[in-house]
Ligand binder design. Structure first.
Ligand code: 8YV
Length: 327
């Protein structure tokens, strides 16, 4: 029987599905250290990960490994060149999280603009003495300008929701999306700089790549309106968190909504101190339904890539399909 490692705590019934086909080594606890992960992969044919770093060092120590299935759409934890060099298939879980992640982007953006968590902390601290005309004044969402950086599937789901708020939608992306999608979303392409200058609410939904490191840093924050908000539901490292904390502290922008951080689960100390940041622990895809769909899709990919189940040999979401059949 083939052996697989489930490197993370996931829904037990999904692990049971895997047990129908494989001998499963399940790490139902905190994330494994890199050494422990490599050690436990040594005799495995496949693995299910969620953000765990996988690259050349893993493959050197795991000669049987044929597939690593990431329970995430983002796969910046995978060194794809190393996967290709070792003929290991990488898979991810796109699409099933688009709508929940877009919902959460809106939740963060609205909470930041209308100071939801800041005013709640104040209320809970017993500071509320009565209504005031100027209590926690924020910025409007309705009728404002939304700027989406990264117009992939999640960016488009975000844009679709803007219609109900009568927003103007600007976007920036590596390349323009098809004219019919621009027309459907009523979205206008801008350079990153123009988008930052013009948007009232900027939302980041682009993948992390070395080229996107600190796409938003001191210079970019300086372009934004002092009344603007910045929301990051993409990846830590896309924003320079130290520069952002400084901009928030000095009120150079109004507020931020952040679900991802450089070096998470650590959060930059200065971000923890500023009142105008809404901070959540990487939960944008975390609706019950969506996380179940992601876990099941990650299992489908693993089962199919190892030649089992109804889609044997045809995993639904190969990232590097060129290695299929080579292992
Ligand atoms: C994952 C995410 O749950 O899919 C992604 O890229 O950011 C999240 O939905 C997380 O990355 C764990 O793998």
């Amino acid at each position: 029987m083939q052996k697989v490692l489930v490197a993370r705590s996931i829904f037990p019934d999904v692990v049971e599905r895997l047990r129908e086909y494989f001998e499963v080594d399940w790490n139902d606890g905190p994330a494994l250290s890199q050494d422990e992960l490599v050690r436990r992969l040594a005799d495995k044919d496949g693995a299910l990960t969620a953000g765990d770093p996988i690259g050349a060092a893993t493959f050197a120590a795991a000669p049987r490994l044929r597939v690593v299935s990431n329970m995430a759409v983002g796969y910046n934890n995978f060194d794809i060149a190393a996967f290709n060099a070792s003929n290991v298939l990488a898979t991810n879980t796109p699409d099933v999280l688009n709508e929940s992640t877009a919902d959460f982007g809106w939740a963060l953006m609205m909470a930041a603009a209308r100071r939801v968590t800041e005013s709640e902390r104040w209320l809970r601290a017993g500071e509320w003495r009565g209504w005031r005309y100027d209590g926690f004044l924020g910025g409007d969402i309705y009728g404002s300008t939304l700027g989406i950086v990264g117009m992939g599937r999640i960016g488009q789901a975000l844009a679709r929701r803007a219609r109900g708020f009568a927003m103007r939608v600007l976007y920036h992306n590596r390349s323009r999306v098809a004219p019919e999608i621009e027309a459907e979303l009523n979205a206008e392409y801008r350079s990153k700089e123009d988008l930052l200058r013009q948007a009232d609410h900027v939302v980041l939904v682009l993948p992390y790549t070395p080229a996107n490191h600190h796409t938003i840093g001191r210079a970019e924050l300086a372009l934004m309106k002092p009344t603007a908000t910045l929301t990051n539901i993409a990846r830590g490292g896309i924003v320079d968190d130290a520069a952002l904390a400084e901009a928030l502290r000095a009120n150079r922008i109004a507020a931020a909504g952040l679900d991802v951080f450089e070096g998470e689960p650590s959060v930059h100390a200065a971000l923890l101190e500023v009142p105008n940041a809404v901070l959540t622990p990487h939960i944008a895809s975390a609706s019950e339904t969506t996380r179940r769909a992601m876990a099941n899709l990650a299992a489908d990919n693993l089962i199919a890539a190892l030649g089992a189940g109804p889609r044997a040999g045809r995993p639904p979401n190969p990232i590097n399909p060129e290695v299929l059949g080579k292992a």
